[in-house]
Design a protein around this ligand. Structure first.
Ligand code: GAP
Length: 445
């Protein structure tokens, strides 16, 4: 058995099996934009649900929000995103006019245009906020931004959530939603996009407790990935050095994943200090401070932020689960000597939980198999498949990470039993149809 990974193979699997498609593909695509297909929706939804469960079910003092993508322009002035804080250094080729991130070129030791070899301009700052206009007239007054991070929607609702939920420090507010950035060099598939989704949580605390909660959240978030099956050796924490810190951050650490294209950030944990609530108080004129009951003095809560990208995580989970078996997993089919792919996703993340496969397309097998599938469908995402050989169908299911395949054969008619195949152990177990639901519920717990 051997294992090999590269991004091209993963991109191809994602397209072929309906996880992720290039955006506007029939018109030649749109850089940095992707669409999720049926299995990608299911997988990324499972990632989001795992995060929601962790944040909002398992913490009694973290509240969920769904704020709008469009906000007043002033929000982004207060947050610092319209000024130098949210810019990337950019160099433009004087010949082909393609633009590149100056820091990426420096990292790779490149001093000429990577596309045509032309001379590059000196770095210029480039703002990442995506602009649009709201209302019938397109002028400065109708300019709005598509949010560059979901976090700002949380800060502007700080008082709303606190008062309506009778919350007191420490407490958190989290949300999942789209964010937009005019990335100069989108790339690595769904790693760096221009439209993407974030899962952000802001934990509001007393300033004196910042270090304690920063450490706590680092541990909790790291543990979440390990619990969902990411291999320990593919995860690491990387603290930011002083010059690298975002404009709002006092301290920051990235959770990085070992992608086929190197170690890269999948989540950031930031101590944002009192930057956000103090700035929004100043710009909005609404008091977002708290009172210290001991000293009677007012203070702005500090924020420990955990900020993960749904798309990056989805990619990391696929990459981590992807295994190639050279020579095939089974020796019973024509697959011998071929490469077989298995996606060893944690059961909670697998897009399809069970496949029901009749051995023949003939009655009464088909009816029996369809009946089993429709019963199981009430609880789980089930695929029914009666096309191609059974070996091919097993391989299809392995490729999308389906934990259980149920095959219905001619004996099933008489003995009312079916065979359950486990994706990981490849063990096949003969079982009464009536016991399937309990068996699978136990396994998928
Ligand atoms: N609120 C803080 C914030 O937005 P960030 O480090 O800029 O911090 C947080 O982004 C997370 O959002 C990243 O760790 C990444 O997972 C995701 N993210 C950021 N930019 C992205 C992009 N262009 N494409 C996909 N995901 C992105």
């Amino acid at each position: 058995m051997e294992k090999e990974k590269n991004l091209e193979k993963i991109v191809s699997l994602c397209k072929r099996r309906g996880f992720v498609f290039p955006g506007s593909e029939i018109y030649g695509g749109l850089a940095g934009i992707y669409d999720y297909g049926p299995l990608g929706v299911e997988l990324s939804m499972n990632v989001k649900n795992a995060w929601r469960r962790e944040m909002f079910r398992l913490h009694e003092n973290i509240f969920e929000l769904d704020s709008s993508i469009l906000m007043q322009k002033r929000v982004w002035q207060a947050s610092g995103h319209t000024s130098a804080g949210f810019t990337d250094p950019l160099r433009e080729c004087k010949k082909c006019h393609h633009r590149f991130r100056a820091d990426h070129l420096t990292e790779q030791g490149i001093d000429k245009c990577p596309d045509c070899g032309g001379d590059l301009t000196e770095p210029k700052r480039f703002n990442l906020l995506v602009e649009t206009h709201l209302g019938p007239v397109q002028d400065d007054s109708s300019l709005v931004y598509l949010r560059g991070e979901t976090a700002q929607g949380i800060y502007v609702n700080y008082n709303n959530v606190k008062i309506s939920q009778s919350a007191s420090l420490p407490f958190g507010i989290g949300q999942i939603g789209k964010a937009f950035r005019n990335e100069i060099t989108p790339g690595h598939f769904i790693y760096r996009m221009r439209e993407f989704e974030q899962m952000e949580q802001q934990y509001f605390i007393k300033p004196s407790e910042a270090d304690k909660y920063f450490e706590q959240w680092k541990e909790e978030r790291l543990h979440w990935y390990l619990d969902l099956g990411i291999k320990k050796e593919n995860l690491r924490l990387r603290p930011h050095v002083t010059g690298e810190l975002a404009h709002y951050a006092k301290a920051a650490v990235d959770i990085e994943y070992n992608f086929p294209f190197g170690w890269h950030e999948i989540e950031g944990i930031h101590n944002r200090g009192d930057w956000d609530l103090s700035r929004h108080s100043e710009y909005s004129g609404q008091d977002l401070s708290e009172i210290d009951t001991g000293t009677g003095k007012r203070f702005y809560p500090y924020v420990i932020e955990t900020s993960a990208g749904v798309d990056r995580l989805t990619l990391a989970f696929i990459v981590d689960a992807y295994e190639e078996v050279i020579g095939g997993r089974t020796t019973t089919t024509q697959s011998i000597k071929e490469i077989e792919v298995v996606l060893k996703l944690d059961h909670r993340l697998s897009p399809v939980k069970i496949a029901v496969l009749p051995l023949s397309k003939k009655e009464p097998l088909v009816n029996m198999a369809k009946d089993i599938a429709s019963k199981l469908r009430k609880n789980w995402n089930v695929q029914y498949d009666d096309t191609a050989s059974i070996g091919k169908r097993y391989r299809r299911q392995d490729e999308i990470g389906t934990p259980f395949c149920i095959s219905v054969d001619f004996e099933s008619i008489d003995d009312k039993k079916v065979t359950v195949r486990d994706r990981d152990t490849m063990k096949q177990e003969r079982m009464e149809i009536g016991k399937l639901e309990i068996y699978i519920a136990e396994k998928l717990k």
